[in-house]
Design a protein around this ligand. Sequence first.
Ligand code: B12
Ligand code: SF4
Length: 479
Amino acid sequence: MKIRFIEPGNRPYKSTILNYFVYDRYIRTPSVGLNTLATIVKARVEDTLMYSESISRLVMEDILDADLILIGIFTFSANRGYELARYFKEHSRAVVVMGGLHASMNYPEAVRYCDYVLLGEGDESVLELVEAVRRGEKPEFPGLAYLSENGELVHTGNRKPPETFETIPDRTLIYRYQKMAGHNTLWGQVHASRGCPHNCDYCALVRHFGHKVRTRTPDNVIEDIRRTIAFQEQGHHRLLKVLWITDDNFFADREWAVAVLKKLIDSGIKYNFTVQARYEVGFDDEMLDLLKRAGFRELAMGIEFIDDESFALYHKKSTRQEIIAAIENIHRHGLAVRGLFILGADNHRVGIGDKLADFVIKHHIQGVLIQCMYFVPGTPVYEKNKDRLLHEDWSKYNGNTVHYPKNMTPYELQLEQIKASRRIYSFRRLLGALLHEDWLHKLLFAGEYFWHMSVRSDLKKELPYLKERSGRPGESRER
Ligand code: B12
Ligand code: SF4
């Protein structure tokens, strides 16, 4: 039996000279989730391999004679995933299965392109699927969606998410990853827990992974960290030695987070780490001390908004004052803060880009990801705003303006994002970072300076389209 896992890119992989130096729009880290599933399957089926369009083109000659092709999609990669699924259905005899966040949340759409959609977390169900395909039988278990012979949508019922998920992804299963792993733009990643107790309106993750926080054992997490670093470093001379803990809310189970950090300190692993966090951790002095001792250099904080009205509108439990106080305390502990922000809330007006830039500069936030409000089917913001969407071209759901904001035009919103990025990543601030930041943040700022430049150039390409669509909601949903 031959099995191929495919991670589509937002667009097909294209090698550019820039990829060797900075984080540009074409290079992306391969999916840890899909890699985990490939590792689980490899234990049963020897001829298993994964491709990620983050780092390589797809070798079609190798894929087309597989028995089973599994494609994982997020919203921003859904269109490319559908295009590939359709191609594989037409050109191979393989059973084609889709999964991942977007396919799960939007399965009535995804089933139109493949044989089955495997819903939710695939760690357990993927083996049931493989066995059914091996036996040449139709898979029949909870957690599937497909179209019946007469074209009706079938959903076989929900299944409980796995309680234990200790598989350490085998990165050698990803085609060309070992060769590419030395790029400073490709950071090692470890995902140690799933689920979040909060309920922000725009968040697809709580709908996909649930509110219950489930964790891996601390020993298993440390072993994953050790192997990930070894993989990234083997045969390469990386300048940036950073590993990213990608959990959405690593500190949600405090006791567990403390246990992981203590084990990391005891392990003797010397590396730089970054982790995603909510602001509350900024008030937890013991945790901040442990983070510092374990090698963490910064916290990537999902700040999202800078005013209390937006927090309340989208049920994000934060206030501006709490965020500022948390940032100050994190800085006092010698850690940097990276900010993740959303523009285009219902109360945002022209000028929000400047306000955001002022906030970032004033509070010494050392790196940012800014995106316009995005709308994933299944989230409350999507349900509330589906009449206000400009289009459903998922490939543009990667930071661009995709809706009619309440208090400005789509064109104006896109300009606000460009303006904020330009001010935060100005040449003057680049020089400032090169002179005054520590070595890690010198390197990071320089990389991000070029990355933001390429993000802005993509955002600008959308401007003519957005200018044309600056009428009323519902006027045009065609692209
Ligand atoms: C690491 C990460 C990145 C990395 C790598 C992404 C990658 N290749 O996985 C980088 C930095 C490249 C990245 C970039 C972006 N990201 Co990102 N990222 C993440 C993050 C934090 C972790 C991903 C992860 O490892 N998850 C853990 C694993 C275990 O989960 P999983 O991948 O979903 O896999 C499980 C299941 O879904 C299922 N499954 C998955 N695939 C398949 C396939 C099959 C066939 C089956 C059966 C099952 C299955 O089984 C897996 C195991 O249980 C997620 C948040 C999150 N928690 O997922 C955001 C997230 C995926 N990112 C997001 C966004 C918006 C972006 C950007 C657009 C940000 C931006 N403005 O630039 C860019 C897009 C890049 C692009 N190509 O254009 C959103 C996507 C929203 C959506 N609806 O799709 C997320 C969900 C964050 C959020 N807060 O909403 N990201
Ligand atoms: S805190 Fe973060 S992960 Fe949790 S619901 Fe809100 S956005 Fe999602």
